[in-house]
Design a protein around this ligand. Structure first.
Ligand code: NAD
Ligand code: MG
Length: 395
């Protein structure tokens, strides 16, 4: 068995830490060769001291100086780099064969694309990258010749429920009729939207089943997360949008399903613990211990499923609309959402204004064909400006 060399983009985040947890249990299988973080320098230093990667990347020169100091004290020889370009170096110059793309948001797009182009095994958690540039990203994966393994639990579940040969065949040739993405509905599933005006970041981040980063936790509360995931599924699996459905499933035990023409529905189940899809992606096609407790079905009170109420989750409707429009609309949706969620988390933007900012931005920035990275990044920049202007007006 050859040892896989792994670069983790976003190693200090929720997915990054869970990835290191799985790797820690399998030193015979995996070697960490690059770690990256934006600002959590001390946490990154601890990770470098434990895993001794060839390269570590932080956001800026100050952070790099601090990290270098902490590593020198412990005589760790990791090369410390900084800035967006260095994230690409972590992929292309660390000697990795596997890249965990776990930076949150648009900041993860360029290094994820670099991993695709370089023919790496790409473990894709950073759904925003695919939402922004699905067509380009899938083309880059094809040209690079690497393996794309979805880490988002729903897409990982669907991947597990499809036959191996799906990458070479359109799903309808394999008898697939529909993909069913499950959604917990988040912390406000049963609350009327009129009761959500004064929701605080702490309430929005208190997800009932999953422990995640703050941005995706807010996205789960608004269900923008599920909207982004529909777009993600569209690019990953190549099925028309009207064959991708969302089901509310509050228990988060069935992680998603595939409905076949012959009446079969295949589901993947498990604990709501991201180490399962992470271990699956790392070791595929083998299965390794993920450190996850076994699922005990007899202890569950029941499993329930229902259709989402779009009036209660305007962000989900906006994502469906942007998906339908296509072109740069999903990138515009994503950028406006990132700005609005950050303003909600850090600047007191009212919770219900998140959807309003996204809607106004989508109306203000025209969608064009998403044929090049430049076009996508310019739509992203424009949408961020417009969304920030709206937020300033609101206050
Ligand atoms: P997080 O906020 O916990 O971690 C984000 C990581 O990205 C950190 O290491 C941070 O340092 C880094 N980062 C943030 N901004 C950066 C920037 N501008 N430049 C470089 N690095 C930057 O987020 P998370 O919950 O781990 O989510 C990561 C990605 O995985 C997201 O795209 C999310 O949608 C996806 N995802 C997460 C979960 C989950 O359970 N947490 C599940 C499914 C998908
Ligand atoms: Mg998910």
């Amino acid at each position: 068995m050859s040892v896989k060399k792994v670069a983790i983009l976003g190693s200090t985040g929720s997915i990054g830490v869970n990835t290191l947890d799985v790797i820690r249990a399998h030193p015979d299988r995996f070697q960490v060769v690059a770690l990256t973080a934006a600002k959590q320098i001390e946490r990154l230093a601890e990770q470098c001291i434990e895993f001794n990667p060839a390269i570590a990347v932080v956001a800026d020169a100050d952070g790099a100086a601090q990290l270098s100091r902490l590593l020198q004290e412990k005589k760790i020889s990791t090369q410390v780099l900084y800035g967006p370009g260095a994230l690409v170096s972590a992929v292309t110059e660390s000697g990795c064969d596997t890249v965990m793309a776990a930076i949150v948001g648009a900041a993860g797009l360029v290094p994820a694309l670099a991993a695709a182009q370089a023919g790496k095994r790409v473990l894709l958690a950073n759904k925003e990258a695919l939402v922004m540039s699905g067509d380009l990203f899938m083309q880059a994966m094809k040209a690079g010749g690497g393996e794309l393994l979805p880490i988002d639990s729903e897409h990982n579940a669907i991947f597990q429920c499809l036959p191996d040969r799906f990458t070479k065949n359109p799903l309808d040739h394999l008898g697939v009729e529909e993909l069913w993405l499950t959604a917990s509905g988040g912390p406000f599933r049963d609350m009327p939207i009129t009761d959500l005006a004064n929701i605080t970041p702490e309430q929005a981040c208190a997800h009932p089943n999953w422990v995640m980063g703050r941005k995706i936790s807010v996205d789960s509360a608004t269900m923008m997360n599920k909207g982004l995931e529909v777009i993600e599924a569209f690019w990953l699996f190549g099925l028309p949008l009207n064959q991708i459905k969302v089901l509310i499933h509050p228990q988060s035990v069935v992680h998603s399903m595939v409905r076949y023409r012959d009446g079969s529905v295949l589901a993947q189940m498990g604990q709501p613990d991201m180490r399962t899809p992470i271990a699956y992606g790392l070791a595929w096609p083998e299965r390794i211990d993920a450190g996850v407790a076994p699922l005990n079905l007899t202890q569950l009170a029941g499993l329930s499923f229902s259709e989402p109420n779009l009036a209660q989750f305007p962000c989900l409707s906006l994502a469906f609309a942007a998906a339908k429009t296509g072109g740069t609309a999903p990138a515009i949706l994503n950028a406006a959402n990132e700005i609005a969620v950050a303003a909600f988390l850090d600047e007191g933007l009212p919770y219900l204004k998140i959807a309003e900012v996204v809607e106004r931005t989508l109306n203000a920035v025209p969608s064009v064909s998403a044929g090049s990275l430049e076009t996508i990044l310019s739509a992203d920049t424009k949408a961020r400006q417009i969304a920030s202007d709206f937020i300033r007006d609101i206050r």
